[in-house]
Design a protein around this ligand. Sequence first.
Ligand SMILES: Nc1nc2c(c(=O)[nH]1)N[C@H]1C(S)=C(S)[C@@H](COP(=O)(O)O)O[C@H]1N2
Ligand SMILES: [Mo]
Length: 311
Amino acid sequence: MPVYKPTPIPASEITPRPLFNDRRRFMQIAAGASLAALLPPSVWAADNKLAGVKNPAYTVPEELTPYKDVTSYNNFYEFGTGKDDPAKNAGGLKTRPWTVTVEGEVKKPQVFDLDTLMKMAAIEERIYRLRCVEAWSMVVPWLGFSLAELIKQVQPTGKAKFVEFISLNDASQMPGQQTSVLAWPYREGLRIDEAMHPLTLLTFGLYGELLPNQNGAPVRVVVPWKYGFKSAKSIVGIRFTEQQPVTSWMLAGPSEYGFYSNVNPTVDHARWSQAKERRIGEFFRRKTLMFNGYEQEVAALYTGMDLKANF
Ligand SMILES: Nc1nc2c(c(=O)[nH]1)N[C@H]1C(S)=C(S)[C@@H](COP(=O)(O)O)O[C@H]1N2
Ligand SMILES: [Mo]
């Protein structure tokens, strides 16, 4: 499977981190003053901003999780297993140039470069809950468009029953890949109707800017009714298959991480209850909602299915 191995990148080519990662905080500091006037042109050009039109159909009534928490408390095992490892270790990830290879059971297989991909449809801002299998959750203003836009363009064949997502495999940039804590590359998958569901977001940014590396730059999926690990980061491949893909987490713990992994307060994880969760920044735990609160939208995908057996 050498297809996704990128050419090694010399350290000299690694883009420096932008000077102002926390744009909101900077705006507060600059309150009243014109931001552009305060910044030399080179710094302004290095800004990672990404515009998205708010889509009022996709929002939740809860408060947003602060930017600082969204970008400093992460799971991204390619950069280490600690929650603060991705923010510490992902700074050097080279996210341009970047391509996503779309292949398998499609009439129009294609290698998209990132810029082409980002222009495929209008970027929207959607506020989604994301709940980790470890019973914490966040509310994040993501930027992207429905993955369905891409799927329609490549035209799946009649045999395409599943979609597999393959993350970057490059131990020279991803120190966590020097250990075998997971089977690399990180692989995830969805049934094709789940992948086509309008909620499934091909995601390029959050909080008005391009994805920080620790959140899966330059492109990831966000599947808000499933446990967080289904939302694969730093994707380089999307493959359409007839057979259900075997994911990295299924290999790591077949009894603990199923293919579906829908958020479900009535089906416990093998080692802990899933009935409640802690919203990052809150003290009291809240009840976990069926399908993470997206029951109205997605329950029909699972009509007649035993969700205990298909965990
Ligand atoms: N490639 C890759 N994608 C990944 C992971 C990972 O380790 N590697 N972790 C997953 C898990 S367990 C969660 S909860 C979410 C976290 O996304 P966030 O850091 O943007 O909140 O990313 C998911 N995507
Ligand atoms: Mo997670």
